[in-house]
Write a protein that binds this ligand. Structure first.
Ligand code: AN7
Length: 368
């Protein structure tokens, strides 16, 4: 062994595994990019699929449950998958500014990718209903923030009109490149499991993501990468459940502000995904969402935002219906750090405050 080899061996200095190139590079042939597309990337995608015993234990019957932890994307949500595509294509088309309406995550992601691509980013948000972390991101990433006295649905109406009238690119999920990028998560799941799961549990707001997953699973299935297609199991918060009520919800309300959406633009596509996959949609209460959020945090070490926990809450609510030995994937769409207010208000932690700064007090408080 040479000296260098000995040192490497001693200090375990093995080279880091070949790096993940970002989802466009990794799944290029499945995506509408060409040699001239400038790829604007923060190496998004390639997120972990993690088995969650605490959820399996509550279901039993040999059922395997995984979470797709998409909150580990560069800006902390699945939106980065769609944004790397939408912004790269906008750049290819010579666009100089983008706009979106957002409950928070889209604005953070749009801002990061647009600025990285040298474009201006305008974001319309419902004043007072965007979680702190997301707002912080939009500001730091250099977005031009327009907070309106109205909800997400109103903001979306406005940006759609602006994009029609003025030279600016809309990067909400009505932009087809968003869906193209987001479908890669389905590819990653099949690549990791060697097969599609039996169920995919996913939170729904505007229903772009469920549309994207269904597209991805179908494309992989047709290409022979899986032999089955998952049932698409979509979940919404009870106070904000237009896809379950089959109606427009004028004043949506839920603790999961990310999915506080009353009139989803991808309604038809979501319904097709449900019907074609023989899936089903269901509403979960804020209480059920917070219950799942806490289980993931304190029993798994997985911190997701409340909207994401709706997928696990929904799975637990449907546990009687799961066939024995199924494999299930729940999508955790966003990182828990996005919404610190929710975290601090909703936990079962032991928190002793106002302690005198000495060993005796600390040890006594610990129970010694
Ligand atoms: C964490 O950021 O709509 O059903 O403006 O942030 O594809 O809309 C966010 C949506 C789920 C719902 N989980 O996805 C926005 C926005 C999280 C989210 C959804 C969102 P879609």
């Amino acid at each position: 062994m040479s000296l260098i080899e000995k040192i490497k061996d001693r200090f375990d200095l093995s080279p880091i595994k070949p790096k993940w190139p970002g989802l466009i590079e990794n799944y290029k042939k499945w995506l509408p990019v060409n040699a001239n597309t400038p790829i604007i990337t923060l190496k998004e995608g390639g997120t972990p699929l993690i088995r969650v015993g605490s959820i399996e234990k509550r279901i039993g019957r040999g059922i395997r449950v995984y979470v797709k932890y998409d909150g580990l994307n560069p800006t902390g949500s699945f939106k980065d998958r769609g944004m790397t595509m939408a912004i790269s294509k906008a750049k290819e088309d010579g666009c100089e500014a983008v706009i979106c309406a957002s409950t928070g995550n889209t604005s953070a992601s749009a801002a990061a990718y647009a600025r990285r691509g040298g474009m201006r980013a305008f974001v319309l948000i419902p004043d007072g209903y965007v979680a702190q972390g997301k707002l912080a991101q939009a500001l730091v990433y250099g977005a031009e923030v327009l907070a309106i006295k109205g909800n997400f649905d109103k903001a979306l109406d406005i940006v759609r009109e602006i994009a029609e009238k003025y030279p600016i690119t809309l990067v909400n999920s009505v932009n087809p490149y968003r869906i193209q990028g987001q479908k890669t998560s389905a590819f990653e799941i099949v690549d990791a499991l060697g097969e599609a799961p039996d169920w995919l549990c996913i939170p729904m707001g505007n229903a772009g993501n469920i549309t994207a997953y269904w597209m991805g699973f179908q494309e992989y299935f047709k290409a022979g990468h899986s032999t089955i297609l998952p049932k698409m199991m979509g979940f919404q918060a009870k106070g904000s459940a237009p896809l379950i009520l089959n109606a427009i919800v004028k004043e949506p309300e839920t603790i999961a502000t990310a999915i506080r959406i009353g009139n989803p633009v991808n309604r038809e596509k979501a319904m097709i995904a449900k019907e074609e996959s023989k899936g089903s949609f269901l509403a979960v209460t804020d209480e059920e969402i917070i219950n799942a959020y806490k289980i993931l945090g304190k029993e798994e070490g997985i911190f997701c935002e409340p909207a994401s926990a709706a997928s696990v809450a929904g799975l637990l609510k449907r546990k009687q219906e799961i066939p024995n030995k199924s494999t299930i994937v729940c999508v955790l769409t966003g990182n828990g750090l996005k919404d610190p207010d929710c975290a601090i208000t909703n936990n079962d932690a032991v928190f002793h405050s106002d302690l005198d700064a000495n060993l005796k007090t600390v040890a006594k408080t610990m129970g010694f």
